[in-house]
Design a protein around this ligand. Structure first.
Ligand code: WTA
Length: 649
């Protein structure tokens, strides 16, 4: 693949780009040679209320992991995203909201957004929310979600956004872990013409016996549906807004004060509350948004990610707004009312930069050229991809059919933990190779190590680690620093371990090969195998379960489940359906198993560890090359599983 077709930077693009090849090389070198100087310079894009005293104080030593940037500095995120733009762009659109139903868009100016954020910040204070409190958001993609996030940042409350596709059970776990006292939600969410009962889900989550902290639920009336109402706890968003003052002073926050937590899946245990702080995160979000997307004033930027994920935090909200940009929030799904929806949104709002996920691209591609048929698409200048490796076929379709061969594609590799993009081509600087995330962004020092932790040189394949910190890096796992250290800094000492594997070719380009741990990537959503397994074994008929990923044409990875039933329970098609339903109920639709195979026994080592390597092979019918199975406690189960698999296909 290293000799893959090289797509040079289009000349016209290069001419107008913010960063060309020489500048990239010069700035990258400067960022590595003297990080303090480089990052002090970059921080000038932020308005500081009090200057920082020290740029960087970071250690990856597993006895003392500590990550601090812009020490002693004070700033406010919402003031950087709103107030400072008022002089120049109060009437410019900050957010274009595209509703689930076509033709119902709303444009919100910076002036309006500032006013609403101030009001809601006052309303939150009125409801008793104080600096350092955790506020949980369980909201659809509506402007009120952005308002709530910014209002939290204005008063120094920590937001914890929970994807509205998660089940009440999953929501409860996150509220509990965050010890949040306020939940903000809507009556219903709407996606693809179907509604989700968000308020009812919150009520159900709050019946969880262990949740004792939540005393307020603020509800946005979005669809107007009838909803259950509890006077002692529930507050109407519109009523609070009507009573609130138009101005709320932005709280000066320390650089290292928490800005938000966001739960993400790991290879073991419950989801982790990844903690991001204020100064470094915002600087890095704004900088990457500008340079990775070559973002220029007055351009319309559309990141299709839901705010429930890190991509939505950084590139739907904070990056574009910190840069005074126009950002699009889309409530719906790419295939509703039909496959031309994305194209219609692009043309209607004259989108200049489109940032989406391979899974959406593949879904459009599956319909041939219908997705772009009849579309103009001439407003597009740049395309982006994120969330999972993009297969060259999807890349080419995106490039030619959506971008008409004019628009570079930035394939951005990053994670919830990294805050913003770490590896990507820069569109005016980097010749593209379909499927490669290309090169490190400024200040980022990737390396490949073998399983013993030796750093590999030149063209090589190995575990992807980072040798030094960058400002947007997560600081900890909320209230569990030890788990943070354990998860990321103990595998390969002295480095941050990403959990991904990667290959570096002769030209120094990086190719992400996917997770090397037990994390799945389903439609660009991270899913811990342990989470799905624990949902399954909580079902009364299930004795044991093992989950592995399998290749899936649209989702990238599908969920393949091996289930051992309790003694005396009959395997049946209806039980299979019931287990699927059960997982949806416990976690959410995104965790629905694609295949459930009955397994009277699972392949385990004598110490009881499930050999997923073997299960992954059987799932794709690679019965040969299972490797050494003689170390299994009961090698006989393998043959049984193979026979069962053959009988299913
Ligand atoms: C994967 C999403 C290949 C990777 C921003 C990573 C990618 C995980 C890419 C993080 C990409 C993300 N190419 N793989 N361009 N972008 N990944 O935390 O496995 O939801 O570790 O953050 O997605 O997922 P997360």
């Amino acid at each position: 693949m290293s000799n893959a077709t090289l797509y040079p930077v289009p000349e016209e693009f290069a001419r107008n780009a913010l960063i060309d090849q020489d500048t990239y090389q010069r700035l990258y070198q400067a960022s590595i040679d003297d990080p303090e100087q480089f990052w002090a310079e970059q921080a000038k894009r932020i308005d500081w209320m009090r200057p920082f005293k020290k740029v960087k104080q970071t250690s990856f030593d597993d006895h003392n992991v500590s990550i601090k940037w812009y020490l002693g500095g004070h700033l406010n995120v919402s003031a950087n995203c709103l107030d400072r733009h008022l002089e120049q762009r109060s009437e410019q659109t900050a957010i274009i909201w595209e509703a689930d139903e076509p033709g119902q868009a709303r444009h919100i100016t910076y002036r309006e957004l500032h006013r609403d954020v101030c009001r809601f910040a006052n309303a939150l204070k009125h409801q008793g929310v104080a600096q350092g409190d955790v506020v949980t958001l369980y909201m659809p993609m509506i402007p009120e979600a952005a308002i709530a996030m910014l209002a939290c940042s204005r008063i120094g409350a920590i937001h914890s956004v929970v994807f509205a596709g998660f089940s009440p059970e999953a929501l409860a776990g996150r509220i509990l872990d965050g010890r949040s006292n306020v939940v903000i939600t809507a009556d219903e969410g709407l996606r693809g013409g179907r509604s989700t009962p968000l308020k009812a889900n919150v009520d159900e989550a709050l019946t969880h016996a262990d949740i004792k902290t939540v005393d307020k639920v603020i509800v946005v009336r979005h669809t107007g549906a009838e909803i259950p109402w509890h006077d002692h706890r529930d507050r109407d968003y519109a009523e609070l807004m009507a009573e609130a003052d138009d101005f709320c002073p932005p709280e000066p926050m320390d650089s290292e004060d928490p800005l938000f937590i966001l739960y993400t899946s790991g290879s073991t245990g419950k989801p982790k509350g990844i903690l991001h702080t204020t100064g470094g995160y915002l600087t890095y979000a704004a900088l990457t948004h500008q340079y990775v997307f070559d973002y220029k004033d007055s351009e319309v930027f559309w990141c299709t990610a839901d705010i429930g994920w890190i991509t939505g935090h950084t590139y739907t909200i904070y990056g574009p707004l910190a840069n005074g940009g126009t950002t699009v929030m889309f409530e719906g799904v790419p295939n509703y009312p039909d496959v031309t929806r994305m194209a219609r949104v692009i043309d209607t709002h004259k989108i200049n930069i489109l940032y989406t996920a391979p899974t959406a691209i593949r879904a459009m591609m599956a319909m041939g050229d219908a997705a772009m048929a009849g579309a103009d698409g001439s407003s597009l200048r740049l395309l982006g991809s994120v969330g999972e490796p993009i297969n060259p076929e999807a890349w080419n379709w995106y490039y030619h059919t959506v971008g008409k061969g004019r628009c570079p594609i930035v394939d951005t590799w990053w994670q919830t933990e990294t805050g913003a993009t770490l590896m990507t081509p820069l569109p005016g600087a980097t010749p593209l190779k379909p499927g490669s995330a290309a090169c490190p962004f400024f200040g980022v020092q990737p390396a490949l190590v073998d399983n013993e932790g030796n750093i590999l040189q030149g063209a090589a394949e190995g575990n992807l680690v980072l040798l030094d910190s960058w400002p947007g890096q997560a600081r900890s796992i909320f209230r569990d620093h030890e788990r943070f250290v354990d998860t990321y800094f103990r595998t390969f000492k002295g480095t941050y371990f990403t959990g991904d594997g990667a290959r570096r070719d002769e030209d120094g380009y990086y190719w992400i090969t996917g997770r090397v741990d037990d994390v799945l990537n389903v439609s660009g959503h991270r899913m811990g195998t342990a989470e799905v397994e624990s949902a399954l074994v909580s079902h009364k008929d299930v004795a044991e379960a093992a989950v592995v990923g399998m290749p899936h044409d649209l989702k990238g990875q599908g969920i393949y489940v091996y289930v051992t039933l309790n003694d005396g329970i009959e395997a049946s098609e209806s039980l299979r359906q019931a287990l699927r339903q059960w997982v949806r109920h416990e976690i959410g639709p995104i965790a629905t198993p694609d295949v459930i195979q009955w397994a009277p026994g699972l392949p385990k080592t004598r110490s009881g560890k499930i050999m997923r390597r073997i299960l992954r092979k059987i799932a794709v019918a690679e019965y040969d090359g299972l490797g050494d199975i003689s170390t299994l406690a009961d090698p006989g189960v393998v043959e049984h599983l193979i026979n069962e698999h053959k009988s299913m296909t």
